[in-house]
Every structure is written in C-alpha cells, then in structure tokens.
Design a protein around this ligand. Sequence first.
Ligand SMILES: Cc1ncc(COP(=O)(O)O)c(C=O)c1O
Length: 321
Amino acid sequence: MIAPSRRASQAVTPSAFGQDILDRVGNTPLIAPKRVVPDNPDIHVLIKAEWFNPGGSVKDRAALQIVLDAERRGDLVGGKTLIDSSSGNTGIAYAMVGAARGFPVELVMPASVSEERKLIAAGYGAKITYSDPYDGSDGAIREVRRIVAEHGERYYYADQYSNPSNWLAHYQTTGPEVWRQTMGQVTHFVAGLGTSGTIMGTGRYLRERNPRVQIIGVQPDDALHGIEGLKHMESAIVPAIYDERLLDQKLLVNTEEAFAMTRRIAREEGIFAGQSSGAAMLCALRLAETLNAGVIVVVFPDGGDKYLTTSLWKYDSDWSI
Ligand SMILES: Cc1ncc(COP(=O)(O)O)c(C=O)c1O
C-alpha cells in the first residue's frame, strides 16, 4: 500500500484560494440528449450526469456522506482504517475521500471488476483484497465481513449496503438537485439498483415533493449478467437499505442490449458512459414509448473510460451498434 504523505491527525490549513476537491461532489448537470430520444416535444428524457463527480461516479456522494457521518460520530478516529466491499465505484470514492481527508482505506472487490477500477483505487492509495470473481459482489460482502469479524478493532466498517448515510446522501443532494433542475416538473425518475442508495434517497425526496412522481428501478434480467454496479435482487444478498415498496416499477435489462445502448449513446450523443447508464437509458426510452407527455430523469452513474479494457468497448463488431 502506498502511504499517503499526510494523515488526518496532521492539521491541514485550507487555502484562502481555490476549492477542496470534495466540494466538487454533487451538483452535477442535467443533460438533454437529442437523437436517441423520441421526437416528441412533450416528452423530455434528461440525463443526470454523475460522471462529473470528481471520483468519476455517483458513488462519490454516498462515500462522502458515509465518511462525514462516521467522523461526526467519532467512528473514524485513532488511526482506524475504513473498510468496505465494493464492485468498484464506491471503492474509488472511498479511496479518493480517504486520500483527501487523510485516513487509510481498505477495499474488498471481486477479482472480476475492470482493471481500470482496480488501478484507480490503488492509485489513490487504497489497499485492495480480491474476492472470488464467481461469487460477484456477494462474495466481496462475505469476505469483508470475515475480515471485520477477525480484526474489528482496526477498522471502521462502512457497510454501504446497510448504512443509511448512503441513501441520505441522495435524499439531501441528488433529490433536491433533480427537483430544482426540472423546476419541479419531473414526472419519472429512473435509476439502476446496486446498493439502491440512489433510488431510495432520490425517490423519497421526490415523492415528498410530489406524491405522483413515478420511481422506476432498473435491474439485470439474469443473475449472471455483465452490468457492473447493478444487482439482480432476486438472486443477490438484498441490501438492508432497499425497500421495494418505494418503486412503482422494476424494469429488466439484458446485458447485450445495455451494452448496445451504451455504444449508441457514445456515437449518437457524444456521451461516453458506462454500461449501467446504457441499461438505465434503455428503460427510460421504453418508458417514454408508453407516454404522451412527461419529464423523465435518468441517472448515468459513471463514464465509459473505466471499462476501456472490457468487452463494452473492446469487442468484435461490425460497428453498426
Ligand atoms: C456503475 C454503477 N451503476 C449503478 C450503481 C448503483 O447505484 P446504487 O448503489 O446507488 O444503487 C453503481 C453502484 O455502485 C455503480 O457503480
């Protein structure tokens, strides 16, 4: 592990100029795609562009909130290491926040996560343990629980799947942003289900503002899927923060269709996103076909550059999809 040169115990004086990197978390833009969407002026499909976060994904919001709440409670004092399992983006976000705020981070990731994610998390100085790729994100959860059971005194176990700070991050930031950016006119909110923090927090906020807002979850159609970041809830360890009753609909996406849509958005919109973004867009467009009018906001959790070495971008193709 590369040791960060400065730890939290060493005071860091903020400069009178410039921003803290963590001040750039949130307040992401809402982008209007032009070509893949229906040609109907009464239907708006808008992308919540989460790759604009400094760690490159929506998970910066949850990781920062988890850390700030833990610090407030005094759970991250005395040289404790933050540990959690992650399929990648949360790990990168913890690693970034740990480096910026000066505490060590250890991550358990399935060995199958993209090479880029491993390198980025390690680049921020996090220590990484790999779990069996065939056990997916559930294998990483079981492995981190085993480590914490053995050496609990060393760690603050952030447990993104059960930690209410995860969905609260979205209740306090993503939800109000979507409401403001659509001037209260959002009718449908579409997001993929991973830990479910994004949809639980944003969905609860939007429902409070307008009980008629439809909350739509997106998940893979099969337990063995290739949409990194998303969970097939029926066959997975269900996150404690997940409450299915909040959802109006759950739409299923096939991996190849999600990949094809992700590539299409890159070529036809100039938006280079990850595969869970393509999955969410596919559902948003299917939904749009059923409506006469609406303002649909769809979350794009991350950019495509973390998947350059995967079959998302490296594939045998006639370049027609
Ligand atoms: C690429 C990607 N998409 C979607 C999600 C799902 O977000 P959430 O955990 O808030 O449900 C994640 C979460 O890690 C992710 O990394």
